[in-house]
Design a protein around this ligand. Sequence first.
Ligand code: HEM
Length: 356
Amino acid sequence: MARLLGRFLGRFSGRFSARFLTRIGLVAGAMVVVLVVAAAVPASAQQRNPDGSVNPTASSVTEDKLFQQLDRISGRCSIPDQKACTIEQPAGRDWRHFHEVTLRWIGAVAIIGMLALLVLFYLVRGMVRIEAGRSGRVLVRFSTFERLVHWMTASCFIVLALSGLNITFGKRLLLPLIGPESFSDWSQWAKYAHNYLSFPFTLGVVLIFLMWIAWNIPGKVDLEWLKEGGGIVGHKHPPAGRFNAGQKLIYWIVVLGGGAVAATGYIMMFPFYLTDVAGMQTAQMIHGIVALLFVAAMLGHIYIGTIGMEGAFEAMGTGEVDLNWAKEHHSLWVEKELGQGRAATPPPQAAGTPAE
Ligand code: HEM
């Protein structure tokens, strides 16, 4: 019997000992902290007289008071990662407050605020129509490659946004609705998606930067466009090149915002290679804030590309836009295109229709 038990223990400790002992160490450490905090309550009671008044001569120092003085719980531990020996520290509490409270407020105000603005704008202005009506002729606006890059980046963005929002708001909003089992399954898949789709997303941001930089340098014409409300707020049609000031703004939000979330995201994905705990916390804060503002900005972009403006979606859908749409929103670009001999042609379906 004793030999059997010995053999069992030998095999058990051979396979699990290091990890198992570390875990036991952590659990024991956590229990000590809990006991210490629990013991602090009666200790504070000992500092009072039986009638409840404070006993000024009580010499016992409560753990609670020590914690208040030192502002941290840390000690010695036997595992290699010494960062784990600090269980609680002031910067960690600030970070937790940021994550649990401040970031949620920033996200809620930015995203709900943007949605409210868009609904209001739609109710007041409605869809921006092609005022001259459709011409029946189209101009090529984006190549197949450009559209492919756009949709690859956009679809990654949507999954990254939903899976990221789950980290910020899921515990509060989704967990009570779907329960812990489903929430942990979904969160695990969302986390995988967030990690893996970051790579095609980053590639997309780099390609967008290279592909369209030539048309996105701000110029004098952009100031005029902004002064006139871009023809979206009013009914004027200020001149614009291939991209107007509003689109240039979106371009730079994608390039700089995308660059910032990628850099800070990889710092978090490969922890402690480049920075320490404080740097990790800063990276997470920048990532969260930029990402949530990015989502709000993209809602505006999606609005104007769909229900906000007649004829806009076709540019990224078929790659061709109606000539009158182009003249109203990108007059300088149309002049250049026609000047270079690129003719406006009937749309493919009309060209294929036999004459009656
Ligand atoms: C290259 C791109 C990206 C990488 C490498 C990346 C990586 C990460 C990582 C590692 C985390 C921490 C996850 C965790 O705590 O387990 C995170 C959180 C998050 N990400 Fe990303 N991400 C990227 C792009 C984006 C984009 C495009 C968005 C939004 C559109 C986004 C939104 C968020 C949000 C909201 C959080 C949660 C912040 C928080 O509540 O702490 N991320 N990301």
